[in-house]
Write a protein that binds this ligand. Structure first.
Ligand SMILES: C[S@@+](CC[C@H](N)C(=O)[O-])C[C@H]1O[C@@H](n2cnc3c(N)ncnc32)[C@H](O)[C@@H]1O
Length: 265
């Protein structure tokens, strides 16, 4: 069977061609452009079974990024694996806002709470060379993937296991910007099939999805700091009243980011 034939069979079953090319590339250890250039060639017999297994896995909703082990974020490729959240496009907007404040106030120390794969922290470290980036997560897997991504881009981020800002209480007073894309989905929300493979602690935050924010804002004195967080599209009113912060919209005009500027009080 040729690559084209196997791709066609699965296209009819709903698997997009681009994904099929990427998956074949994964098995053959080649780029999708190579597979495209050899599309009419016979698929090696010993690889065909593996390819079909991956096609089936994907067809059953297993996320493409977990199969490939990589994801695109802010124009770069990052490692990702099961147990760590697959970054979303909205989070690129969070990085844009952070960069704006870092440049405006010439900030030097940034803490990312809930680093996950490290996309926010590592992107800031790469793009803002003079900033020291710290990061925390309650997941061992997340800390280890974030460290791999920092190494991939040769940046020196300090990632520590623990909740909220607790692992950095020794330097907390010196941190000028806290960024976070925390879990904010309501417990019990019916989620699409693909999300079922993602870690629950990265998504859910209590009956109204606000547990992380309530606890964070209760726990820390934020005078002298800027806090920039991603939020659920129906959480803006509550969170701006809770914190006095302003709410910004994402590219689809939904409430998405909370900004609290207490740098100069
Ligand atoms: C929505 S994911 C965001 C991951 C990554 N920053 C991104 O944007 O792709 C939330 C992350 O926060 C972590 N997390 C949840 N509660 C936490 C807490 N109290 N303190 C630190 N990390 C937490 C989860 O393990 C998860 O990795």
């Amino acid at each position: 069977m040729t690559f084209l034939e196997v791709i066609r069979i699965y296209k009819e079953k709903g698997l997009p061609e681009r994904e099929a090319l990427l998956l074949i590339g994964k098995i053959m250890n080649k780029k999708k452009e190579y597979i495209l250039a050899h599309i009419n060639e016979e698929c090696p017999e010993d690889h065909l079974e593996e390819i079909i297994q991956l096609f089936e896995k994907r067809k059953n909703g297993y996320p493409l990024q977990y199969i490939l082990g990589e994801v695109e974020f802010y124009g770069r490729t990052f490692y990702v694996e099961e147990g760590v959240l697959i970054p979303r496009w909205e989070t690129e907007g969070l990085v844009d806002i952070c960069k704006e404040y870092i440049h405006k106030y010439n900030l030097k120390r940034v803490l990312d709470i809930g680093v996950g794969s490290g996309v926010i922290a590592v992107t800031i470290a790469v793009e803002c060379k003079s900033v020291q980036v710290y990061g925390t997560d309650i997941s061992h897997k997340a800390i280890s993937v974030a460290q791999k991504n920092a190494m991939r881009y040769s940046v020196d981020c300090d990632f520590r296991l623990g909740e909220f800002a607790e692992p950095f209480l020794d330097v907390f007073d010196n941190i000028e910007l806290i960024v976070s894309n925390p879990p904010y989905v309501r417990e019990g929300t019916v989620i699409q099939k693909e999300l079922e493979y993602e870690p629950a602690e990265a998504l859910f935050a209590g009956y109204d999805g606000l547990n992380f924010y309530r606890e964070f804002f209760k726990r820390y004195n934020l005078e002298g700091k800027i806090v920039i967080m991603e939020i659920g599209d129906d959480q803006g009113n509550y969170l701006s009243s809770l914190t006095g912060g302003k709410v910004l919209k994402d590219l689809t005009s939904k409430d998405r980011y909370l900004v609290i500027d207490k740098l100069i009080s």
